[in-house]
Design a protein around this ligand. Structure first.
Ligand SMILES: Nc1ncnc2c1ncn2[C@@H]1O[C@H](COP(=O)(O)OP(=O)(O)OP(=O)(O)O)[C@@H](O)[C@H]1O
Ligand SMILES: [Mg+2]
Length: 142
């Protein structure tokens, strides 16, 4: 996969940080998985196009789950339940995944929250304008 390495690292740091903050102190479990799913195709609304998103990474934790009232706006900026939270973590994650042509989904019930990320594989380098835009967004978010 071609992408911006630093931004991709930041995505996973944000997701793992959230998981660390959510899990119980003594019995916390965070599981990361990676897989390659050859046939994975996603329909694009309003088009016949199918996106090929074979790379999947999941970040799972056994915390209490995403609060119900946050779910609709989870990936919007400034959504937080933490005293010192900026609420920018997941907004950055969602934007950066989209800039890489990927998709993020979340599945959350008590003791089982999974963020599932899927990415395309491409031989084309990430366009320079995407790299530049993503870097600017990161600077703003930090
Ligand atoms: N794994 C998770 N389990 C439970 N709730 C979560 C999880 N990840 C995110 N959340 C909820 O979503 C909110 C938004 O997360 P986000 O990462 O965008 O901001 P934050 O963690 O509050 O602040 P920051 O990332 O800037 O430190 C969190 O405040 C928390 O309520
Ligand atoms: Mg966070």
């Amino acid at each position: 996969m071609l992408g911006n390495r630093d931004l991709l690292v930041q995505i996973f740091l944000n997701l793992i940080k959230n998981a660390c903050e959510a899990v119980p102190k003594e019995s916390g479990e965070i599981t990361l998985t990676t897989s390659y799913r050859h046939g994975m195709r996603v329909a694009v609304a309003g088009s016949r196009e199918r996106l090929h998103l074979p790379l999947q990474v999941t970040v799972q934790d056994n915390g209490p789950g995403i609060p119900e009232d946050l779910r609709a706006n989870l990936f919007e900026p400034f959504v937080t339940t933490k005293i010192n939270g900026s609420g920018l973590g997941l907004a950055f994650v969602a934007k950066t995944i989209a800039d890489h042509g990927g998709v993020i989904e979340v599945d959350s019930v008590a003791r089982r929250t999974i963020f599932r990320l899927t990415f395309p594989i491409t031989d084309e380098p990430t366009p320079r304008r995407v790299r530049r835009r993503a870097a600017t967004d990161l600077e703003r978010a930090l």
